[in-house]
Each structure stands twice: as C-alpha cells, then as structure tokens.
Design a protein around this ligand. Structure first.
Ligand code: ZN
Length: 383
C-alpha cells in the first residue's frame, strides 16, 4: 500500500458528512508529528473522522515554530495515516492569519496557500478576524476588511485547487481578544452579516470560527498554575448557530482553544451539531513533553533550560512554570533533530498516550462512527 491510498480527503466532504448529526470533528494541531500515528489509530479503531492541522505560526514556508513546512507536515501526516491504513481524514491549514491586509501581506499569504495546495492540503482556514474597523457605522462596515480579504483569499484557493473540492473555514471575532470588560465575544448579528456577505461574493464556508470565550493554550490562576477553562459561553454559541439557521445560512461552528476545557463538560454540555469542528492543539504538545520527562530526562532538561533562559527575561514577574508552559512550543524547532531521533521506547509511549487520549476526545465529541456516516452519505447521493 502506498501513502497515496490513505491520503487526505476533502475537508468539506467530512464537514458536510456530519452535518445534521450531533457530532464534532476533532482537529488536532500536531506540532510534534510523533503523536499522529496514535491519533490515526484511534480514529480507525473508533471509525471517527479527524482533521490534522497546523496554523501559519506553527508551519509556514520557513517551518514556523514547529520546524515543519507545509510539505514536511503533509509528508509526515500521510506516512502516519498509511502506517495504520486510515483514509478518512483532512489535511487542514489552520489560522492562515492576516493581520494588516495590505498587498504585501496578501501576496505572501497566497504563496503560503500555493505551497499548501501543492503539498496536498484539502482544507483551509482563512483568519482575517484581526481586521476589524472600530470606526464602522454598522456591522457590515466593521467587517468590511475581513470580508474583502477573506473573499480574495478564498477565490485564490479555489483557482489554485482547480476542480478539486476543499474545506473552508473563516473567522469572525478574534479568539481570546480582551478589552476592559474581559473577553470580547462574537455577536449573532456579526456572524450572520459576515457569512451573508461572503455568500453574496460566491464564497460558501463550511465552518465559522467565533470568539465565544475560549483562549488558545492553557488557562492560569493568579499563581501561574494551569487551571480548567470554563469560560466558553455555551448560550452565546447556541444563539449564534440559531441566528445562522434562522437566516438560512448553511455553516457550522468551529470551536478553537479546547485544550483547557474538561472533556466531561464537552461530552455533556457542548452543543454538538452546532459546533461541528473542535481544535485541540497544545494538548498534544503536553502529551509529548510529559513522556519526555520520564523517557528522555536530559533532553527534557535541555528544552526546559533553553526555554527559560530565552523567555524568562521577556516575562518579568511570571513564575518559571508559566514561562515554560507558555513558551516551550518555541523550543520545538530548536530541538527538531533531537525530538525526531528519540528512542523507539519513547515513541511507543507517545503513540500509546496519543491513542488513549484520542479515544477520550472522540467519545467526548460523539465522533465514534462518523467515518462510516460519511461513506453512507456519499452512497446516498450517487446510488
Ligand atoms: Zn485557533
């Protein structure tokens, strides 16, 4: 069997396949590729669909902070999927972030997208949510730059993908943004206006990322200790999904920043089906580092020391543990060679932990059986 047999399928096919079911697709940000095989194996054994993704900050033409270019990431994910012979997954470009929206930035972004398409990506998240016009007189004016840039890049993806189908995620409301009143949440009217404007431009996203109270990575208490994130506003999320439905706009919601949220809460209280994609990133990095602590203590110490030496001066007043926790991702590229040349016993432990944790995520997301669902759905359309 070649890697090609188990290559990624369209993100749109997966997201449309679960639409109408109370399930969430897990999207894993695999910053250290070793976890991928365990995730794929769990997906196969539970018949769950899955997305593998990296954000622009994590993976760009220079490798981002993971050291993986889109081509390297794609190759590693295809290899891992082939090893376990699993083929119901999408290769997704998370947070293709645009912060200014000027010509130079758009141009560089198109180059990144081209490299992702060439590498075989099957799904894309355009994130122009930073472009918010605070002077706008109405919602449409406030979102005009986001709408313009998202439209231009979506059209670019479409022309580069030619006749191939792909998944599209867009974002309104910057995730984790705070003002003096705390986290700024997306309003239902903003979500409706944004999707309506994109649809008018011929852009039909599968999924919309909103700011609903989550933050990326861990949440900390006043002493810098990691605590559970309980800030996701579920009623607001439901209200947004309802407003989209009321306006006959066909798009699901993407939940970002799930790492800190207890899975029993997701299992019992998340509006599955309103939320159809859930991003889990930092969690997988924690899995690797937890294993390294025991299996590769000297490597772990080198990573710890390097991170603190570099980032302690930049974070005055913060406890060492929080400085490490918040910045250890930057060590992944620095220790790339070492991380990918650890012993087989270490890799086995990483795979096994990734496998077990994936089972729990797939269960909490009600994703068991979603891979077959997709096949049945496809059959229904073309008997
Ligand atoms: Zn995100």
């Amino acid at each position: 069997m070649t890697a090609k047999t188990y290559g990624p399928i369209s993100g749109s096919a997966i997201l449309r396949g679960i639409t109408g079911h109370k399930a969430i697709v897990m999207a894993a940000n695999v910053r250290i590729a070793t976890v991928a095989q365990g995730i794929f194996q769990a997906a196969k054994d539970t018949d769950s669909v899955v997305f593998m993704e990296l954000a622009r900050s994590e993976s760009d033409l220079k490798g981002g902070y993971t050291g993986m270019t889109p081509a390297i990431f794609a190759e590693k994910m295809k290899e891992s999927a082939a090893k376990v012979m699993f083929g119901t997954w999408a290769l997704h470009a998370d947070h293709i972030t645009i912060k200014k929206g000027d010509a130079a930035e758009i141009d560089g972004t198109k180059q990144l997208i081209d490299a992702q398409v060439d590498a075989g990506y099957t799904s894309f998240a355009i994130d122009a949510s930073h472009l918010f016009n605070f002077e706008g007189k109405n919602v449409r004016e406030e979102l005009s730059e986001n709408i313009r840039v998202t439209t231009e890049l979506a059209r670019h993806i479409r022309s580069k993908m030619k006749d191939r189908e792909f998944g599209l995620e867009v974002e309104v409301g910057e995730i984790g943004r705070k003002d003096t009143g705390g986290l700024v949440l997306t309003k239902p009217a903003e979500a409706v206006e944004f999707i309506r404007a994109l649809n008018e431009n011929g852009v039909f996203p599968d999924v919309l990322a909103i700011a609903n109270g989550s933050t990326h990575g861990h949440t900390y208490d006043a002493n810098g200790n990691v605590v559970a994130q309980l800030s996701i506003d579920i009623p607001q999320t439901k209200a947004i999904a309802q407003a989209l439905r009321d306006n006959r706009l066909s798009v699901g919601i993407a939940q970002h920043g799930i790492t800190g949220t207890p899975r029993e809460l997701i299992n019992l209280h998340f509006p599955k089906g309103d939320i159809i994609k859930g991003n889990v990133g930092t969690f997988w990095q924690d899995v690797v580092f937890d294993v390294l602590k025991v299996y590769e203590p000297s490597l772990y110490k080198s990573i710890y020391d390097w991170t603190l030496e570099k980032y302690r001066p930049l974070n005055p007043g913060k406890k060492d543990n929080q400085v490490f926790d918040g910045n250890c991702k930057m060590a992944i590229k620095e220790f790339y060679k070492e991380l990918y040349s650890v012993g087989e016993e270490t890799n086995q432990a990483i795979r096994a932990r990734a496998y077990a944790e994936s089972l729990v995520f797939f269960r909490a997301f009600s994703a068991y059986g979603t891979a077959s669902l997709l096949k049945t759905g496809a059959k229904k359309k073309s008997p």
